[in-house]
Write a protein that binds this ligand. Structure first.
Ligand SMILES: *[C@@H]1O[C@H](CO)[C@@H](O)[C@H](O)[C@H]1NC(C)=O
Ligand SMILES: *[C@@H]1O[C@H](CO)[C@@H](O)[C@H](O)[C@H]1NC(C)=O
Ligand SMILES: *[C@@H]1O[C@H](CO)[C@@H](O)[C@H](O)[C@H]1NC(C)=O
Ligand SMILES: *[C@@H]1O[C@H](CO)[C@@H](O)[C@H](O)[C@H]1NC(C)=O
Ligand SMILES: *[C@@H]1O[C@H](CO)[C@@H](O)[C@H](O)[C@H]1NC(C)=O
Ligand SMILES: *[C@@H]1O[C@H](CO)[C@@H](O)[C@H](O)[C@H]1NC(C)=O
Length: 193
């Protein structure tokens, strides 16, 4: 009688424990695939002062001898629960497949679920750009399209303890509309842990 009761109690206890373990496991799996799932950071590129340069032909011609520097802000939106610290990197801006500018990215810490603006400047090799007759054809049609490539390497830090190496390659399509002086950037990133 007593032993039957005890074994029944044990069964209930084991059952409850098993259910709790199962629930905890499910919660962890769901969290891992939802809230804590690595999300690709969002990047937007804002060149600054293009309004002032005024992308008129004369201005571009006059800077032909020099390397033009275009200041820009790179806005990063980190949607992850981990912060991301990355090392110094160089990004490249291509025009129709040829590298026409380099962009240094200084080492930074992007906070968890936070935004960071990185100020930098693209060093354009103007001579390479204007040597290409397709560039002038594009200017005349009213828009010039560039693409950029940058891969930052660093570490993701979760809850101040867990550190994971990560790299974030990014690719942007940057369109400059000459007349309206609007700059549009569409970036794709992919976080790799
Ligand atoms: C360069 O700019 C100066 C004035 O800023 C102007 O007089 C000159 O015509 C320009 N040169 C060219 C080739 O556009
Ligand atoms: C422009 O920059 C390129 C690459 O950084 C360099 O090779 C070239 O000499 C520079 N030209 C001038 C005129 O400064
Ligand atoms: C990263 O770049 C900054 C400024 O250009 C420099 O001061 C720093 O020493 C660099 N860090 C590394 C690890 O190269
Ligand atoms: C980053 O720069 C963009 C464009 O200038 C601005 O809209 C945004 O508010 C800035 N964000 C932060 C966190 O400074
Ligand atoms: C101009 O751009 C084309 C690609 O559209 C490339 O094949 C060519 O080499 C470029 N010319 C110069 C002088 O860079
Ligand atoms: C540049 O891209 C924009 C938008 O994607 C497009 O409307 C435009 O025709 C392109 N310009 C050139 C010269 O390819």
């Amino acid at each position: 009688m007593v032993s039957a009761k005890a074994s029944r109690g044990l069964k209930i206890c084991c059952g409850v424990t098993a259910i709790i373990v199962a629930i905890v496991a499910i919660v962890f799996v769901v969290l891992a695939f939802t809230v804590f799932k690595p999300k690709n950071p969002e990047i937007t590129v804002y060149p600054i002062g293009l309004e002032d340069i005024g992308l008129d032909l004369q201005g571009v011609l006059n800077t032909s001898a020099i390397n033009a520097t275009v200041p820009m802000v790179i806005a990063i939106n980190n949607r992850n629960y981990g912060s991301f610290k990355f090392k110094n990197t160089t990004g490249f801006i291509n025009y129709r497949g040829n590298v026409v500018a380099t962009v240094p990215l200084q080492q930074s810490l992007v906070p968890a679920r936070g935004k960071l603006n990185i100020s930098t400047a693209a060093d354009f090799m103007v001579d390479r750009l204007i040597a290409n007759s397709t560039f002038w054809a594009d200017v005349l049609t009213g828009s010039v399209n560039f693409s950029s490539d940058a891969t930052v390497h660093g570490k993701v830090k979760m809850f101040n303890v867990l550190k994971i190496g990560a790299s974030v390659p990014s690719k942007c399509d940057i369109s400059i509309f000459i007349k309206s002086r609007i700059v549009q950037s569409i970036c794709k990133t992919k976080i790799k842990l």
